[in-house]
Design a protein around this ligand. Structure first.
Ligand code: ACO
Length: 311
C-alpha cells in the first residue's frame, strides 16, 4: 500500500528567448552564459499567466492519469511567481479546472525545492488516508519577477509548468522510497524577492550551498531508501546550472550519463523544473518504470532536499 505517481503533465510557452536575443538586451554574451551556466535558451510566457501554464500542465497530468477531475481532492501548487498576493494561485487553478469544492487547494512557497516539498506533503496526506488523489503542480512565470536590466539574474530563468497526479493505492508499494528535506532560514537573504519587486541573488554563495546541500541530502535519501549511489538508475536534479549538476554528479560518484539535463533548453524554471524534467525523461524512455530515481533540489529559503522514487 502506498503513494503512486500515476500521471505527469507539462506546459512550456512557445516563445523561445535565446542567449543571442539577450545579447541585444543586456551586456552579456552567448559564450559567458553557456560556459557559466550551460543555458542556451529559455521559454517566455508572453500572453499567458502562471495560472494558464499551471492549468495546461495539470490537464495533461489528469488525462495521462486516466482519472476524472472530480476525483482530485487536493491541489498543492508550488510557485515563487504567484498570480496574486492572495488568494493562492492554486485556488485560481481549481476554479479553471472545474474541480469540486472538496479539493482543498493551497500554494507552497519553497522556491526551487517547491515540487519536492509538494510531493512530500502529498505523500503525507495520502499515507494518513486523509486524501486519495492529490494534484501536485510546479508552475512559474519567472519572467514577471525578473529585472530584465540585471544581467546577473535575467539570463538564468525561464517560464513553464509541470504537474503530477499522486494517488494512494491500497494494494501497491509506494513509489516514494525516501525523502530528506531541509530549510536554513538564516540564509534567506542570498536569494529572495523584494516585496512587489525583483528577484535578488548572490550567485556564488547560492552555487556553493546548492552543491553541498543537494549532495548531502542525496546521499541521505539514497541511504534511507536502502540503496547505494551505484543503485541509482537516473538522477533528475533541479535544473539551475549545468556546473552545479556536474559537480553534484561528481560528488555522488554517479556518471553524468545517468543524469537528466535540459537546463540548456529551458533555463531555471524553479518549482517547475523537476516535473518538466521527469516528464521529458519519461517521454524519451530514459525514465522507465521500476527504476530507482533520485530527485534533488535547492532554492530560496534556503530550502533543499532529495527524494528517491521508483515508479
Ligand atoms: N554576462 C556577462 N557577465 C556577467 C553576467 C552576464 N550575464 N553576469 C555577471 N557577469 C559578470 C560579473 O559582473 C562579474 O564581473 P567582474 O568579474 O568584472 O566583477 C563576472 O561576470 C563574474 O561574476 P560571478 O557572479 O562571480 O560569476 P560566477 O562564475 O559565480 O557565475 C552564476 C555566476 C552563473 C550566477 C553562478 O554563480 C551561479 O550559477 N550561481 C547559482 C545561482 C543559481 O543557480 N540561482 C538560481 C536560483 S537557486 C537554484 O536554483 C539552485
Amino acid at each position: 500500500m502506498g503513494t503512486k505517481i500515476v500521471g505527469l503533465g507539462v506546459y512550456l510557452p512557445e516563445k523561445v528567448l535565446t542567449n543571442f536575443d539577450l545579447e541585444k538586451m543586456v551586456d552579456t554574451s552567448d559564450e559567458w552564459i553557456t560556459t557559466r551556466t550551460g543555458i542556451k535558451e529559455r521559454r517566455i510566457a508572453e500572453n499567458e499567466t502562471v495560472v494558464d501554464l499551471a492549468v495546461k500542465a495539470a490537464e495533461e497530468a489528469i488525462s495521462n492519469a486516466g482519472i476524472e477531475k472530480t476525483e482530485v481532492d487536493a491541489v498543492v501548487l508550488a510557485t515563487l511567481s504567484p498570480q496574486l498576493g492572495f488568494p493562492a494561485t492554486a485556488c485560481l487553478v481549481q476554479e479553471r479546472l472545474g474541480l469540486p469544492h472538496s479539493a482543498m487547494s493551497f500554494d507552497i512557497s519553497a522556491a526551487c525545492s517547491g515540487f519536492l516539498y509538494g510531493l512530500d506533503i502529498a505523500d503525507a496526506y495520502l499515507k494518513s488516508k486523509k486524501k486519495k488523489t492529490v494534484l501536485v503542480i510546479g508552475a512559474e512565470k519567472l519572467s514577471s519577477i525578473i529585472d530584465w536590466k540585471d544581467r546577473s539574474t535575467c539570463v538564468l530563468f525561464g517560464d513553464g509548468a509541470g504537474a503530477a497526479v499522486v494517488r494512494y493505492e491500497e494494494n501497491d508499494e509506494s513509489d516514494i522510497l525516501s525523502s530528506k528535506l531541509y530549510t536554513k532560514g538564516e540564509a534567506w537573504n542570498i536569494l529572495y524577492r523584494e516585496p512587489c519587486g525583483y528577484l535578488k541573488m548572490e550567485g556564488r554563495k547560492v552555487f556553493k550551498e546548492a552543491v553541498s546541500g543537494m549532495t548531502k541530502s542525496s546521499l541521505e535519501a539514497i541511504e534511507e531508501a536502502g540503496l547505494r549511489p551505484e543503485d541509482i538508475d537516473l538522477v533528475i536534479p533541479h535544473q539551475a546550472n549545468f556546473r552545479i549538476i556536474k559537480a553534484l554528479a561528481e560528488k555522488l560518484g554517479i556518471p553524468l550519463e545517468k543524469v537528466y539535463v535540459n537546463v540548456n533548453r529551458y533555463g531555471n524554471t524553479s518549482a517547475a523544473s523537476i516535473p518538466i524534467a521527469m516528464y521529458e525523461a519519461y517521454r524519451k524512455g530514459k525514465l522507465k518504470r521500476g527504476m530507482n530515481v533520485l530527485l534533488t533540489a535547492m532554492g530560496g529559503g534556503l530550502t533543499w532536499g532529495s527524494m528517491v522514487v521508483r515508479f
